[in-house]
Design a protein around this ligand. Structure first.
Ligand SMILES: Nc1nc2c(ncn2[C@@H]2O[C@H](COP(=O)(O)OP(=O)(O)O)[C@@H](O)[C@H]2O)c(=O)[nH]1
Ligand SMILES: [Mg+2]
Length: 345
């Protein structure tokens, strides 16, 4: 099962600077030789892998990347300044394809790895270059050449860190659509009817976290009913679960228990995964009817559920904050584990 983030970008190398025609003018030298310098080369567009990014979210805002042009040559054989390169950061694991040919240009796997995707154009030659015995005073120079222009497809295999689970109709797809700033497509998915939805949710720090809305969980999913089994396997790869319960249905507590039962029956670490409990559709139920469910769920789950309305966008900020806190805690625990392992070696 592959979740893939895809974007197409344009990269334009800088134009090379023009060569110029100039002649030396010196005291006591009546006919100074040619002295027009070469143009500087244009800058290149370079992709660089970084661990600071996990998604291609940034490319939703900017898709055309241009390097600077080279400067014209100067008199006295001065070569024009080179145009600055444009460095574009991409997450580690980004594969880069040429859109026209489909060719894989490179796989940026480790931090700091670079790939030149659009070379800058060469600078033109100045007239000093055309000096010969036959032509002592050449008056021609060449213009700089255009930089390469490429259309690139960036592909990144995504890891969904947050899984949204709950019975059909709980509002999973709605929640993911109101939270996300980008919606990557799911590629190569083996099923035709139910496909996990992905959303990239922007953290306050800027980078995105991938949420997956896992459909198809029903009673009996762990035995292969519905497509649940396949999806349960997928949940295994997430780090935090949002367990969404529809507050307007007859028995929200039973709905919660049905899903918990599936997780426990499947095992493999799923029941132990950090779970954030959420009661959805608060806009559609009177507070006095909601409160008893909040209490009984709190007791069953040993945590106070978040009360939200995905449709009315209520309670979403606190919910997101507890997801970030939860991920943060996990990272810290992981770092601590590694530290203790190192220390015991
Ligand atoms: N009143 C209300 N309806 C909601 C809310 N969130 C989702 N729904 C509705 O519940 C139905 C199921 O939502 P959907 O997101 O498709 O559920 P999923 O099966 O869990 O993905 C849709 O008709 C949604 O419009 C909410 O916060 N309030
Ligand atoms: Mg859905």
């Amino acid at each position: 099962m592959k979740f893939i983030d895809l974007v197409e970008i344009q990269a334009c190398g800088g134009h090379g600077g023009d060569g110029i025609v100039a002649f030396r003018r010196e005291k006591y030298v009546p006919a100074g030789g040619p002295s027009g310098g070469n143009g500087g080369p244009g800058g290149s567009v370079i992709l660089e892998a970084t661990e600071d990014l996990q998604t291609l979210l940034d490319f939703a805002y900017e898709r055309i990347f241009r390097a600077d042009h080279g400067k014209r040559g100067g008199p006295n054989n001065r070569t024009g300044a080179q145009g600055s390169d444009r460095l574009v950061k991409v997450p580690c694991g980004t594969a880069v394809f040429d859109v026209l040919t489909g060719e894989l240009l490179g796989d940026l796997t480790h931090s700091g790895q670079q790939l030149v995707v659009a070379k800058g154009g060469k600078g033109g030659l100045g007239n000093q270059h055309f000096l010969s015995n036959r032509n002592r005073a050449p008056d021609r120079a060449l213009p700089g050449l255009p930089g390469e222009e490429t259309s690139l497809r960036l592909e990144l295999r995504l890891l969904a860190e947050v899984g949204i689970i709950g019975l059909p109709n709980a509002g999973k797809s709605t929640l993911i659509s109101v939270l996300s700033s980008a919606r990557p497509k799911v590629a190569d998915y083996p099923f035709t009817t139910l496909v996990p939805n992905l959303g990239v949710v922007a953290k306050p720090t800027g980078d995105g976290v991938v949420f997956a809305d896992i459909p198809g969980l029903i009673a009996g999913a762990h035995q292969g009913l519905g497509l649940g089994h396949e999806f349960l396997r997928h949940i295994q790869r997430t780090r935090v679960l949002i367990h969404l319960v529809d507050a307007t249905q007859e028995d929200p507590l039973a709905a919660y228990r049905t899903i918990r039962h599936e997780l426990i029956a499947y095992g493999q670490g799923l029941p132990e995964k950090p779970e954030i409990l959420v009661l959805n559709k608060s806009d559609a139920i009177a507070p006095e009817l909601l409160q008893p469910w909040v209490e009984s769920l709190a007791e069953a789950a040993h945590q106070t559920p978040h009360v939200i309305s995905a449709v009315a966008r209520q309670g979403l900020e606190t919910l997101q904050q507890s997801v970030w806190d939860s991920l943060e805690t996990l990272s810290r625990e992981l770092a601590l584990d590694n530290f203790t392992e190192d220390a015991s070696m």
